[in-house]
Design a protein around this ligand. Structure first.
Ligand code: ADP
Length: 325
């Protein structure tokens, strides 16, 4: 219905269409039309209205419609199969359903907003309408399921490289799955796998990337810990950001598929903001304070404790922050 109202406005190419005509065509009251216009305005559509003349569409919001994104997308697989949703509860949940139905590798689910975007350990991800890239990517790698957690590191490397290319040079990786700018979180990555002990059926990589979110829009609990491209003074078109990100993800994935994770792990170390820092790591039942000295070939963090011993910390069940001095 909202689409019908929008189509009528678009068809007029910036000329007026009367509320009465719209209500006749859509078979609803003029009040209902007015409500749809308001809903469109809330989403960023600029619609002018004049009594007697009706409504006209002045400007459309910067949306991530497949046709617009794919126009200048030069990847082979990533984003070529593109499921676009105005809203969903969780793009990872949608992607999982698609993967179970056999969706090909490289399929992405992109939503303008998520009502129940998920982070790790069932924490929520704030995904306001049109203000970020809320996306899930389906992978079907042939490597062993033991390698799957390293896909998170791979995504972090690819995203950080994309951010640098987009002008956000200060972005760095916090082990295992965040990207930070000056200590604040700009990305969350959630990797979910399905398969057997021997074989990966699919991996869903959920990524939440804050693009044009302003500080005033952030919920209280993350106001001081979150940031976005806009908050860092970097204005990017979301479409261009998504194209760049998909290209970097595909490049990095191809590297891993053809040559293993070693190069990616080296790049990870270069881009890390966790290594060579004092850290506090909270694992279930244990908190370690120490110096982050390395990550091993499996992507585990190696922390040197004050007693000189080293502790190997496995991703997935920990939260980590700079140690208090
Ligand atoms: P963790 O930070 O523990 O690894 P996640 O990566 O899954 O967990 O992220 C979830 C956490 O991120 C939430 O608990 C919340 O504090 C924070 N958060 C939620 N939405 C956003 C957002 N849009 N930008 C930055 N941080 C967010």
């Amino acid at each position: 219905m909202r689409d019908m109202v929008l189509d009528l406005l678009r068809a007029k190419n910036g000329e007026f269409v009367s509320g009465q005509d719209m209500s006749n065509t859509c078979h609803v009251s003029r009040t209902a039309i007015w409500k749809h216009i308001k809903a469109l305005r809330d989403k960023g559509y600029v619609i002018e209205s004049f009594t007697k003349k009706g409504y006209r569409l002045i400007e459309e919001p910067d949306l991530l419609r497949p046709s617009d994104v794919q126009k200048d997308l030069h990847t082979k697989y990533f984003g070529q199969h593109y499921i676009y949703m105005d809203s969903t509860d969780s793009s990872n949940r949608e992607a999982k359903l698609l993967a179970q139905e056999g969706a090909p590798e490289g399929t992405i689910v992109v939503a303008e907003t998520q009502s129940a975007g998920r982070g790790r350990l069932t924490r929520g991800w704030f995904s306001p309408y049109g203000k970020g890239i809320w996306m899930s990517l389906i992978l079907r790698p042939k490597f062993s399921p033991i390698e799957a957690p390293k896909c998170t590191l791979m995504a972090a490397v690819a995203l950080t490289k994309a951010f640098h290319a987009l002008g956000l040079e200060a972005a760095g990786i916090k082990w295992p799955n965040d990207i930070l700018v000056k200590g604040k979180k700009i990305v969350g990555i959630l990797t979910e796998m399905s398969g057997t002990m021997e074989e990966i059926s699919y991996i869903i990589m959920g990524m939440g990337i804050n693009i044009s979110v302003e500080k005033s829009e952030l919920p209280e609990d993350i106001k001081d810990i979150a940031t976005s491209f806009a908050m860092e003074g970097v204005m990017v078109d979301r479409k261009v950001a998504l194209q760049t990100i998909l290209q970097e993800l595909e490049n990095q994935y191809n590297k891993v598929v053809s040559g293993g994770f070693d190069t990616t792990l080296e790049e990870w170390k270069q881009l890390s903001v966790t290594l060579h820092q004092d850290v506090e790591v909270r694992a279930p039942g244990n908190t370690y304070v120490g110096h982050a000295i390395d990550i091993d070939r499996d992507g585990n963090l190696i922390v040197r404790l004050p007693n000189g011993k080293t502790e190997r910390i496995i991703a997935g069940d920990v939260s980590i922050r700079p140690a208090m001095k």
